[in-house]
Design a protein around this ligand. Structure first.
Ligand code: 13P
Length: 244
């Protein structure tokens, strides 16, 4: 169960969040819990979760190790501060910051090389769904951004299916629509990496996940977790989602 805070909260807000959040999820010992915070809040988040089962992730990374890349953050910088996870290829990065399937693959490979666990995002836009090309879009994103990993690398990633039309809109995909897309992605994994890898892989759903819809989504065969935006900002709502 992963939260993506996007560009919300200061370091002070981060500390205050975990003070309330950690006691709420203390008995959720059968699931991984991750908060992906803005870069500058990572040290506060990592200090706050110390001694708990909650882990911390970044929302992006650059694929170079170091160099003259003003404004970028590398994998080794993230691992050095105790960051465990990183989101790669979020639709907002694809939409606003020029992310492509090729750069998704580079970032994912760099994350793995430096010991980070990537959450790789895929998902179709509204016009793509309406024109009936959802599966074609998912296949292109999978082939370009994920299929280039070795089986060993693939075993370490989580995939997040986030239909762009459901992000921040309050329009959750119905559990059936989400399940269909997840099953399709699992099929792509079977073709490329085999049955065992597909069965072991985790596919998270993201897009307007809330405390009142999480149970039905998580009840679907191929939905293994959630990547939560807006509802991860409040301790009570993300606590309820984690504990669903
Ligand atoms: P919302 O939960 O706010 O729709 O955001 C989903 C998302 O983009 C998570 O990465």
């Amino acid at each position: 169960m992963a939260g993506n805070w996007k560009m919300y909260k200061t370091a002070g807000d981060t500390t205050a969040f975990f003070e309330k959040f950690l006691p709420l999820v203390a008995s959720a010992t059968d699931r991984d819990i991750v908060i992906c915070a803005p870069y500058v809040n990572l040290p506060a988040a990592i200090a706050a979760v110390s001694g708990s089962r909650v882990e911390v992730g970044a929302q992006n990374l650059y694929w170079g190790k170091e160099g003259a890349f003003t404004g970028e953050i590398s994998g080794p910088m993230l691992t050095a501060i105790g960051c465990k996870w990183v989101i790669v290829g979020h639709s907002e990065r694809r939409q606003f910051f020029g992310e492509t399937d090729a750069t998704v693959l580079k970032r994912t490979q760099a994350a793995l090389e430096h010991g980070l666990l990537p959450i790789v995002c895929v998902g179709e836009r509204l016009e793509e769904r309406e024109s009936g090309s959802t599966e074609a879009v998912l296949k292109t994103q999978f082939d370009g951004g994920i299929a280039g990993l070795t089986p060993e690398q693939f075993s370490k990633i989580a995939i997040a299916y986030e239909p762009v039309w459901a992000i921040g809109t309050g329009k959750t995909a119905t559990p059936e629509i989400a399940q269909q897309a997840h099953a399709y992605i699992r099929g792509l994994i079977v073709e490329k990496f085999g049955e065992a890898a597909a069965a072991a892989s985790r596919i998270l759903y993201g897009g307007s996940v809330k405390p009142d819809n999480v149970k039905n989504l998580m009840g679907q065969t191929d939905i293994d977790g959630a990547l939560v935006g807006g509802a991860s900002l409040e301790p009570a709502s993300f606590g309820a989602i984690v504990n669903h």
